[in-house]
Design a protein around this ligand. Structure first.
Ligand SMILES: [Zn+2]
Length: 98
């Protein structure tokens, strides 16, 4: 029988204020939730902080999310308008630089 391993916790630091968040090691399995589900929950918590405390940053995140949404939708069609295709290509290039 092996002794239970101590829980490893990691700290996330906000880049814009002194706020920190502690989270348990995502690589350690937890019953009832996948690693991805736990990561999504954690990002939601971080997002709420940004929304409340740094609304100008939240606006930038929202704009990027809308751009990504638009790009994903645009990719589901073929387009004859070269100006539209140019905008889609520029958006793709912008996301590749992230
Ligand atoms: Zn902050």
């Amino acid at each position: 029988m092996t002794a239970p391993q101590p829980e490893i916790r990691y700290t996330t630091h906000c880049l814009f204020c002194p706020k920190t968040f502690d989270v348990s090691d995502l690589s350690v399995p937890r019953p009832g939730k996948t690693q991805q589900e736990r990561a999504v929950e954690y990002v939601k918590i971080l997002g709420k902080h940004i929304e409340k405390k740094h609304p100008e940053k939240y606006a930038v995140v929202n704009a990027a999310a809308m751009d990504m949404w638009g790009l994903q939708v645009a990719k589901l069609f073929t387009h004859e308008d070269p100006a539209f295709n140019r905008l889609v290509a520029e958006l793709k290039a912008a996301f590749h630089q992230l």
